[in-house]
Design a protein around this ligand. Structure first.
Ligand code: GDP
Ligand code: IMO
Ligand code: MG
Length: 434
């Protein structure tokens, strides 16, 4: 019963979509366990590029895909994605399943997310403004609307009516925004509900049946470890638990069914939005890294902030997720640098140096990176088919990461395309597929 979690080990956009797409070819079921359309995953197959936001990345390989109870779903985004996939030849009926317990991102969540960020001004979190935080907040307050509520038009209208009384007060009086109109909101959602109905399933049961049948299940995380609500760089985080342990809770299966945790990390680091970022590059290399790595948000198009690989933060991600294998993506982007600094320790305000991620936010905010500089290889990696083909310096870079983290690097990304990857231990061994 092999279940494998694929978790972002940095601040998101590590290339999880590509890794999930790759491993999905050797799996049967791919599940998202948290998050919503704040995620944007890019998958490149030959001349085709797929940008996926709500549906698991396994959809491109035609695998059964599950949006678990721990997710939030924006019906408009979901249906637009369904339409796009269908138009490009990927059937979704009977293949994509949405948990009835997942929460719906309503128009007021999006409006409040946007208004709240605007009002915070300089203090903003830099959210994706897709209503993620307000939707999870209502879930915790027990006033959310769930996917299963879409199945009963009478209950749905009633819930929207009750919610709008309070949400419109909030929008008008707190944020000075125009109110939402009941007829319009309910009408649009009722239309969406008709189309979403066939996708609603008992997803926990589906996962259990797959595991009992000995099928291979991938659990795909959105965002990344440092954006985790409890263990990330709060308050500059997302509003869900992104870490591997939540994969079981988010799809509704026992944690003892998970037997592998693969972390995905770039060979450097990026971050979108506000918040501390010790290894952020100062000077022109920041812009060079952004250009070479095409570091612009999949969903928002925003510039991603770029930094050198931060092993303190990555060591922390290994710890809080139980990462036992690592996919190191975008090694090819480092081909452009003659020397490559790697942050191995932080210097704290009291002058002490640490390899461990600071437990207190003030220490983290003030932490200065201590770098070891490794030689670059300054040649493209396009022609590399096996790890042995890598230039010596590139291989040493990977070995350095393995040594520092005490975790094996089992996949190495050498380009955006599905095939641009080195797998020293093969692919099937990574998912436990027969
Ligand atoms: P995700 O959110 O973790 O799925 O990552 P995104 O898809 O948002 O961002 C990762 C970007 O890097 C995408 O544009 C990918 O196509 C691209 N990518 C993934 N792996 C590699 C790699 O090994 N090399 C290069 N050059 N690009 C990669
Ligand atoms: P994927 O799955 C990178 C960041 C936002 C912001 C913070 C909160 O593609 O890796 P939210 O809208 O979630 O309330 O925003 O989290 N963020 C991401 N950064 N990749 C993502 O997803 C992200 N999803 C949210 O930029 O700083
Ligand atoms: Mg992304």
């Amino acid at each position: 019963m092999p279940a494998t979690v694929i978790v972002g080990a940095q601040w998101g956009d590590e290339g999880k979509g590509k890794i999930v797409d790759l491993l999905a070819q050797h799996s049967d079921l791919v599940c998202r366990y948290q998050g919503g359309p704040n995620a944007g995953h890019t998958i490149v197959v030959g001349d085709e590029t797929y940008k996926i936001r709500q549906i698991p990345s396994g959809v491109v390989t035609g695998k059964t895909c599950i949006i678990g109870a721990g997710c939030v779903i924006d019906p408009t985004v979901f249906l637009a994605e369904v339409d796009e996939l269908e138009a490009r030849g990927f059937p979704t009926a009977g293949r994509v399943h949405v948990s009835g317990n997942a929460h719906v991102i309503m128009p007021w969540h999006v409006a409040i997310d946007q208004a709240s960020e605007r009002r915070l001004g300089k203090l903003q979190i830099g959210t994706t403004r897709r209503g993620i935080g307000p939707a999870y907040a209502d879930k915790a307050l027990r006033i959310g609307i769930r996917v299963q509520d879409l199945l009963d038009p009478k209950i749905l209208r009633q819930k929207i009516e009750v919610a709008l009384i309070e949400k419109n007060l909030w929008l008008e009086k707190v944020y000075g925004e125009p109110p939402l109109e009941l007829g319009e909101v309910a009408g649009r959602l009722e239309e969406h509900a008709q189309r979403i109905r066939p996708y609603v399933s008992d997803t926990s049961l589906l996962v259990d049946q797959a595991l009992r049948a000995g099928q291979s299940v991938l659990l795909e995380g959105g965002q990344g470890t440092l954006l985790d609500l409890d263990h990330g760089t709060y308050p500059f985080v997302t509003s869900s638990s992104t870490i591997a342990a939540n994969a079981a809770a988010g799809v509704g299966m026992g944690p003892n069914k998970i037997d592998r945790v693969m972390g995905v990390a770039k060979a450097y680091v990026t971050r979108v939005g506000e918040g501390p970022f010790p290894s952020e590059i100062e000077g022109p290399d920041q812009e060079r890294m952004r250009e070479f790595g095409h570091e612009y948000g999949t969903v928002t198009g925003r510039n991603r902030r770029c930094g050198w690989l931060d092993l303190v933060a990555l060591r922390y991600a290994v710890r809080v997720n139980g990462i036992d294998r690592l996919a190191l993506t975008k090694l090819d982007v480092l081909s452009h640098f003659a020397e490559i600094p790697v942050c191995t320790r932080y210097r704290l305000p009291d002058g002490m140096e640490t390899e461990d991620f600071p437990a207190h936010q003030s220490d983290f905010h003030a932490a200065r990176p201590v770098y070891e500089t490794l030689p670059g290889w300054e040649e493209p990696l396009d022609a590399c088919v096996t790890v042995e083909d890598l230039p010596d310096e590139a291989r040493r870079y990977v070995e350095f990461v393995e040594r520092e983290l005490e975790v094996e690097v089992t996949l190495i990304g050498t380009g955006a395309d599905r095939d641009s990857v080195l797998a020293p231990y093969g692919l099937t061994a990574l998912t436990g597929a027969a």
